[in-house]
Structure formats: C-alpha cells, structure tokens
Design a protein around this ligand. Sequence first.
Ligand code: UD1
Ligand code: PEP
Length: 421
Amino acid sequence: MDALRIVGGAALRGVVDVSGAKNASLPAMAAALLADGTSTLRGAPDLADIRTLATLLGHLGVRTTRHGNDLAMDGSGLTGTEAPYELVRTMRATILVLGPLLARCGEAKVSLPGGCAIGARPVDQHLVGLRALGAEIGISHGYVIARAAKGLVGADVTFDMQTVTGTENIMLAAALAKGTTRLHNAACEPEVVDLAELLAKMGVPVHGAGTDCITIEGQKTVSPYDHHVVADRIECGTLLIAGALAGYPLTVRGGNIAHQESLLHKLRTMGCSIAVDAPQKSITIAKPQVVGPVEVQTAPYPGFPTDMQAQLMVPMALASGTSVFTETIFENRFMHVDELNRMGANIRVDGRTAVVHGVKALSGTTVMATDLRASACLVLAGLVAEGETTVRRVYHLDRGYEGLEKKLAKVGATIRRFVEI
Ligand SMILES: CC(=O)N[C@H]1[C@@H](OP(=O)(O)OP(=O)(O)OC[C@H]2O[C@@H](n3ccc(=O)[nH]c3=O)[C@H](O)[C@@H]2O)O[C@H](CO)[C@@H](O)[C@@H]1O
Ligand SMILES: C=C(OP(=O)(O)O)C(=O)O
C-alpha cells in the first residue's frame, strides 16, 4: 500500500497549478450517458474517482478514453442499465448514473453508493426527485431499482435540504424528461453551475443555476458535449492552506477566485497576507508571523465548504489562541482530529464542534488517513511538523487529488511516496 513520507519545515516558494474539479468532472461524465455520440470533457483530473467512474461507464457500454487531461466518452455504445456494488462501493458520485440511465433507458438498477465515511449520507432526496418525475422506485438487496417505462415527465421538486449530487442527479434526469422541471431548495455549488453550462451545450436550456431555484427544459434527445471543466476549488483551497502554513510566498494559479471567497476571508482573519491577481487567476499567499485564532462554521455554498474543514484545522492547531470549528453538513467528519492530536495538537470534539487550542508546534509521527480530505489535512500537518511524518492509506488522497505530492515537491516540499510492505 502506498504511503507518503514528509520532512516538515521546508519553505514553499513558486507557482503551483490547480487541476480541474473532481466533483464537477464526475457529474459531467454521467451526463455523457444522456447522448448518442462522443462527449469530450476537457481538463479532467487524472485521479482514482475519475478512473472508477470511467470503469463504471465502460461496464454500461460507454467507452472512455483519456488523451492527457481530456476524456472522450462514447454514449452511442450504452447497453447496460445496472451499476453493480463492486464498481460503486468506493465513491459516492456513482449514484449520478441513476438519473441519466433512467431518463435515457427507462430503467436503472444502481447499488447504493459508498464514498467517504463522514456521516450517514442517505440518497432519499435523489429518490424523491426521481419519483416526482414519474419514476417507480424500490430498494432491494442494497440496490435502487427504478423504472419509467413511458419516460420521465418534468415536475416541481422541492428538496428537504440542499444536496449537491441530489440536485445534479435530478438535473441530469430532467434533461430528457418531457417538459419543464423546477428544482426548489437546489444546491448552489459551482459544480452545479458547471453542470448547467454543460447541459446547455447539450441543447438543454437550464435557468437559475447558482441560485436555489433551477429550471430545466427537458428535450427528446440531446447532443454530445465538448466542455472544459471548472477548476477544483477544494484542491485550490488545500494548496492555499499549504501557502498559509509554509509559503514564502506561494502562488496558487488557475483557480476560480470567486469560489475561494469564504476561505480567503478566514485566512485573512488568521493573519495571512494574500494578493489576488484576478486576470491571471492567481492567488499569492505567505505564512504569517503569528497565526490568529478564528471561528468557522461549514455551510452550503457560498458558505465555508465542509470539504475544507479538515485542512483549515491545521493552521488552527498552530494558532496563537483558541479556534472553534462547527461542522453542520456531516455528523462524522472529525476523524482527522485524533491523528492531529497524536502529532501534538490540542483539539477537543464535542458533537459537531471542535475546539482547537493552538499549540506552538506539531511533531511528526506515523498517521493514518481515514478519508479524502482527512488525508489532505495530514499531508498539510506533515509539511509543518517537526521531523518526519508518514501518512498511511493514501489511497484516500488519490481518490481526489491529482499528484498532490508532486505539486508540493515542485514548490519545495520534502515529500516522497513509497510502497509499504
Ligand atoms: C461527489 C461530490 O460532489 N461530493 C460532494 C457532495 O456530496 P453529496 O452530494 O453526497 O453531499 P450532499 O450535498 O448530498 O449532502 C448534504 C447533506 O444532505 C444530506 N442528504 C443528502 C442527500 C440525500 O438524499 N439525503 C440527505 O439527507 C447529507 O447526509 C448531508 O448531510 O457535496 C458534499 C457537501 O458539499 C461534499 O462534501 C462532497 O464532496
Ligand atoms: C467527500 C468527498 O467525496 P465523496 O462525496 O465522493 O465521498 C469529497 O470530495 O471531499
């Protein structure tokens, strides 16, 4: 199994580039199921979740080929409608094939998905939405079994809570539904906006993406797309925190600056000096003399992303006072805390709140990654810890980051991958 060894204390200098967004590429790949022809997704990061979804598309008859960072997916080969457990167990976003399969084929059987173990993560809202569009849905032996023999029909759908993949799944299904679908209390995340832009390229008018009310005008058939995926705001944020911890200074290039607003606000509050060059899409950040404490609550976009909670906890752990982090999205997303405490942090978790008492230094040791963003947090901690840190189980990291250790090494980090026997 791969692990990462990091020697803490190296200064990070220079420019590091942001890849395309995992969480926008995955719904984009699912959208390729809708069209009879080859869709092209440009800028898709080369990481495990993308490969997993490509394998699943292949199982359904949609061959995916990669040319550099571009993916070509041929939807004309679609033959299967079943997504088996073995292919969906590692990631949540595999549920995104449900909407398009049902819409195009009139049936789908999709195993309930896996993904990061950060909370209960039901898919009831996906099913509520598809039922509203006329699908008959049952759950049997861990599979969602859905049918819409006469096709889906546009409808009003009101979500109980804002769900990112739930919104995306219903948008994908509504693209081939008869008539108009209106999503109320829809997710406003940039990945949803990116999907709306992609659907428009397929010939599906979508209005209101980025607000909590989205309208999709369903079509009889749709065209394949050619789309460049939006930049990964979570990778961008992770690199910015690397800069806040060890930047002398570090420039993070290629992210969408508007998508970083909530993080930049908190980093400035903590004392980081940050220079934004909007035309160049670059943000330059330097490690402050003293990191100040801060209070943060995760929230749906444009609030502070839950996917950045673990990473921001590293500078909090080294702040000159007590910070408070409240996690409102997932009930079990503090699993990195025990490992940070093993590195000398002083963090106490009480329910959904983590109270982070800043310490002078972290010390390197062997730590275990438990999920994707927790792994990124431990890598960041290793960059500033005294001595050597070994991060085990980096397959979690590899799910969602394109060569993170290579990017960090290029700007000065002492970090190396090795295989543990
Ligand atoms: C592949 C992908 O894009 N993953 C992201 C997506 O996950 P994902 O789409 O799974 O997260 P959701 O936005 O659906 O979850 C938000 C909240 O709604 C709840 N919920 C959701 C659906 C449902 O049917 N019922 C229900 O109760 C969830 O348990 C959670 O408490 O958004 C999360 C929140 O920004 C991110 O952490 C994940 O990185
Ligand atoms: C939680 C994440 O992924 P998933 O939803 O696939 O578990 C993530 O990208 O941080």
